[in-house]
Design a protein around this ligand. Structure first.
Ligand code: GH3
Ligand code: MG
Ligand code: MG
Ligand code: MG
Length: 338
C-alpha cells in the first residue's frame, strides 16, 4: 500500500467520526517522510488531513474534497508546485483555497514566484512545526472571514435587489388604478400639471378626451358588479391600445370614466383619436341588452383643447371636456362632441 493510500485510507469513515467543523488540509509533497510527519502532526492538532504525492494527484484530490488549505511542495516530479498553484487558481471551484508553499527553495526570487503564482504564504524547509501551525491558523481565520464577508455581500446584494423590486411595485401601486392598470386619479393630477407646465414653457396644444361608459349603472344591474368590473377592464384596454404616442396617457378619472391626455396634439388630432376610441370600444361587442343607445357597450366622449399659458389652469380644459361630454350624453350617447 502506498503512503498515499495509507494516509488517505481513513476516508470516509474518519471524516464521519471527526467533527465536520474541523478544517481540511491537503499536504502535497513527493517525499513520503515529509508527508508522514506533517500528517501526524496536523492530525494531532485536530485537522482533517489528506495527502498527495505529486501535482496531478493534488489537483484531483482538491477538486473532490475541496480542502480549506493546501500545503504545497514546489520541487516534485511532473507538475511543479508553482504550476499546481496556478491551475488551482484558474478554476472557480478551487481558486479561493489558500495555498502555503512548503519548500527547500529559499531564494527571494523563488518566494516572489510563489506569491506571483497565487500562494498566500511561503515557508522554507526545514520547517518549525509550531510556526507552520501558527501560519496555517492565521490563513484559515482569514479565509473564514473572507467567506463570511462574501456571504454577507451576496445576501446584501440579494436584499437590495428585492428592495428595488418592492419599491418599483410600491411606486406602481401608488400611481396606478388596481382594476384597470391605468393611472389613478391622484397621479392624473400630478402628471397633468407636469405636462401643463412643460407646455407653458414650450407652447403647444394640449388636448383632453373624457370618456364615459353609457348606461353603465344599468349594465351592473343587468350583468352584476363583477361583470361590470371586467367590462371596465376591457374598455380601459381598448382605450390604452388606441392611444399610441409615448407622451399620451390614460387615467381612470372616476368609476366608469376615463381621461386621455394628449400633449402636443391639436383638436383635430384629438377628435380622430376620440373617434378611434369610440369605434374600438364598440368593436369589443360587449353585450349590453339594457342600453338605450345600442345593444353593445358604448362610450360618450367629450374633447377639449387648449394652448397652456401662465394665467390659465389645467382644470379649465378638463371642464371643457366635461361640458362636451355632457353634450354627447344629451345628444344620444355613443358619440364624440367638442
Ligand atoms: P350615463 O350613460 O349617463 O353615463 O349613465 P351611467 O349609468 O353610466 O352613469 P351613472 O353615473 O348613473 O352610473 C355610473 C355607474 O358606474 C354607477 C356605478 O355603480 C358604476 N361603477 C362605478 N365604478 C365602478 C366599478 O369600479 N365597477 C363597477 N362594476 N361599476 C362601477
Ligand atoms: Mg519535493
Ligand atoms: Mg359617469
Ligand atoms: Mg356613464
Amino acid at each position: 500500500m502506498s503512503i498515499l493510500e495509507q494516509l488517505n485510507k481513513k476516508d470516509p469513515s474518519v471524516m464521519n467520526e471527526q467533527s465536520q467543523e474541523n478544517p481540511i488540509i491537503l499536504i502535497v509533497d513527493d517525499t513520503p517522510s515529509n508527508l508522514q510527519f506533517l500528517f501526524t502532526y496536523l492530525e494531532n492538532k485536530n485537522y482533517r488531513v489528506f495527502v498527495a504525492q505529486h501535482g496531478k494527484q493534488a489537483l484531483t484530490i482538491s477538486e473532490s474534497i475541496r480542502p480549506d488549505l493546501i500545503l504545497l511542495d514546489i520541487l516534485m516530479p511532473g507538475l511543479s508546485g508553482f504550476e499546481v498553484c496556478q491551475k488551482l487558481k484558474a478554476k472557480q471551484e478551487t481558486e479561493d483555497i489558500p495555498i502555503i508553499f512548503l519548500t527547500a527553495l529559499s531564494e527571494p526570487s523563488n518566494k516572489v514566484q510563489g506569491f506571483e503564482s497565487g500562494g498566500v504564504d511561503y515557508v522554507t524547509k526545514p520547517i518549525a512545526p509550531n510556526e507552520l501551525l501558527a501560519r496555517i491558523q492565521t490563513h484559515l481565520t482569514l479565509r473564514k472571514t473572507q467567506r463570511l464577508l462574501k456571504e454577507r455581500n451576496e445576501k446584501l446584494s440579494q436584499l437590495s435587489e428585492e428592495l428595488i423590486v418592492a419599491n418599483r411595485k410600491l411606486e406602481e401601486l401608488s400611481f396606478s388604478d388596481p382594476l384597470t392598470k391605468t393611472f389613478n386619479r391622484r397621479h392624473f393630477e400630478v402628471q397633468l400639471n407636469q405636462d401643463w407646465n412643460r407646455l407653458v414653457r414650450y407652447p403647444d396644444s394640449l388636448s383632453i378626451i373624457l370618456c364615459d361608459v353609457d348606461y353603465f349603472k344599468v349594465y351592473n344591474d343587468t350583468y352584476g358588479h363583477p361583470a361590470g368590473d371586467r367590462c371596465l377592464q376591457q374598455v380601459a384596454g381598448a382605450i390604452v391600445s388606441t392611444v399610441k404616442r409615448p407622451s399620451d396617457w390614460v387615467a381612470r378619472y372616476g368609476g366608469e370614466e376615463f381621461i386621455v391626455v394628449l400633449p402636443r396634439t391639436p383638436i383635430r388630432g384629438a377628435l380622430k383619436i376620440a373617434q378611434a376610441i369610440r369605434s374600438q370600444v364598440k368593436a369589443l361587442e360587449i353585450p349590453h341588452e339594457s342600453s338605450s343607445a345600442c345593444s353593445v357597450v358604448t362610450l360618450s366622449l367629450g374633447v377639449a383643447s387648449v394652448v397652456p399659458t401662465h394665467n390659465t389652469s389645467p382644470l379649465l380644459v378638463v371642464k371643457g371636456a366635461d361640458t362636451a361630454l355632457y353634450q354627447a350624453k344629451t345628444q344620444g350617447r355613443d358619440r364624440v362632441e367638442v
